[in-house]
Write a protein that binds this ligand. Structure first.
Ligand code: C2E
Ligand code: CA
Ligand code: CA
Ligand code: CA
Length: 277
C-alpha cells in the first residue's frame, strides 16, 4: 500500500509512489496545466537604489494545482526542462509577460516599469529557434527589444555553443541578457570572459549577510567592482531589510530587488501598486 506522507497526499499506486513517479505525474499534469489556465505570472519590482523608483519588473511563473495548491517553480521548472515542455511553457511566459508590459505602458505611461525581465531556461537558449521566437513575440506584442531582459541561470551548458549563439542573436535584436544567481555557479567569473551579458544578478546568498563585516560583504564589494569594470549593470537579489538596501547602496549598487521593496504579486495587484506610487 502507498505510504502517507504528512497525511497531505492521497494514496498512490506503489509504482507511482516514488520520486520518479512523482516527477512523471508532475510532467503529465504540467502539460494540461497550461491549457487548463492553472499557470499564471507574478510580478516583482526591481528598483533603483538612489531613487527608490521601480525601473523594471521580473515575471515569475506560478502554478496553482487544483488539488495541491501552489507548486513552486523551483520544483516544476526542472521537470519541464527534462521533458522539453519548458520550450512551449517558456514561449507562453514570454508572450504573457511582454503583453503585460505593453498593457502597463498604455495604462500608466511614464510611471510604468521601463523593462520586463523574463526567466529563460538554458534548455530554451539551446533551441536554435529561440531568438526567432523572441523576435516574433516582440512583433506580436509591440514591446521594443530594448525593454526586454532575458534572465538566464548560469550553467556549464553555455559551453555547448548554441546557447552562446542565441545570446549573440538576442543582442542583435537589441534584447539584454542577465546572468541570474550570479556568484553561485561553478564558473561565474569564467562565464563573464566568454558570454557577452549585460547584467549580473548578484545572488541572495551574498546579500543576506552584506551588513555583517566579513567574507559576504567582501565578495559583494568585489562583484560590484567586476560589474563596473566590465561596464555591466549589477542587480542585488533577495534584499529583505532596509539595512541591506542601505549597505548595498553604499557599496555602489544601483539596482536591487527583494521582499523589502515588494514581493512577487499577480496582476491586477501589481498595477494597483503602480497607481498608488
Ligand atoms: P530566480 O529567477 O532567482 O527568482 C528569484 C526567486 O526569489 C523567486 O522565487 C522570488 O519569489 C524569490 N525572492 C525574491 N525576493 C526575495 C526575497 O527578498 N527573499 C526571498 N527569500 N526570496 C525572494 P520563485 O518565484 O519561487 O522562483 C524560483 C525560481 O524558479 C526562479 O529563481 C527561477 O530560476 C525559476 N523560475 C521562475 N519563473 C520562471 C520562468 O518563467 N521560467 C523559468 N525558466 N524559470 C523560472
Ligand atoms: Ca530570475
Ligand atoms: Ca536569481
Ligand atoms: Ca534562483
Amino acid at each position: 500500500a502507498a505510504k502517507e506522507r504528512g497525511g497531505r497526499h492521497r494514496a498512490y499506486t506503489p509504482d507511482l509512489d516514488t520520486r520518479a513517479g512523482e516527477q512523471a505525474r508532475l510532467a503529465a499534469e504540467l502539460r494540461t496545466a497550461l491549457e487548463a489556465g492553472q499557470l499564471s505570472l507574478a510580478y516583482q519590482p526591481i528598483v533603483s537604489l538612489p531613487e527608490g523608483r521601480v525601473v523594471s519588473v521580473e515575471a515569475l511563473l506560478r502554478w496553482t494545482h487544483p488539488e495541491r495548491g501552489a507548486i513552486s517553480p523551483a520544483e516544476f521548472i526542472p521537470v519541464a526542462e527534462e521533458t522539453g515542455l519548458v520550450v512551449e511553457l517558456g514561449a507562453w511566459v514570454l508572450r504573457t509577460a511582454c503583453a503585460q508590459a505593453v498593457t502597463w505602458r498604455r495604462a500608466f505611461g511614464a510611471t510604468a516599469p521601463e523593462r520586463m525581465s523574463v526567466n529563460v531556461s538554458v534548455r530554451q537558449l539551446a533551441e536554435p529557434t529561440f531568438a526567432g521566437v523572441v523576435a516574433e513575440v516582440l512583433a506580436w506584442t509591440g514591446l521594443s527589444a530594448r525593454d526586454l531582459i532575458v534572465e538566464v541561470t548560469e550553467t556549464a551548458v553555455f559551453d555547448g555553443g548554441q546557447a552562446l549563439r542565441t545570446v549573440k542573436a538576442l543582442h542583435e535584436l537589441g534584447v539584454r541578457v542577465a546572468l541570474d544567481d550570479f556568484g553561485t555557479g561553478h564558473s561565474s567569473l569564467g562565464l563573464l570572459q566568454t558570454v557577452p551579458v549585460d547584467i549580473i544578478k548578484v545572488d541572495k546568498s551574498f546579500v543576506d549577510r552584506v551588513t555583517q563585516a566579513g567574507r559576504h560583504a567582501v565578495i559583494a564589494t568585489a562583484l560590484i567592482q567586476v560589474s563596473n569594470g566590465l561596464g555591466l549593470t549589477a542587480v542585488a537579489e533577495g534584499v529583505e531589510t532596509a539595512d541591506q538596501a542601505a549597505e548595498l547602496h553604499r557599496l555602489g549598487y544601483r539596482f536591487a530587488q527583494g521582499y523589502h521593496f515588494g514581493k512577487p504579486v499577480a496582476e491586477p495587484d501589481f498595477g494597483a501598486a503602480l497607481t498608488r506610487a
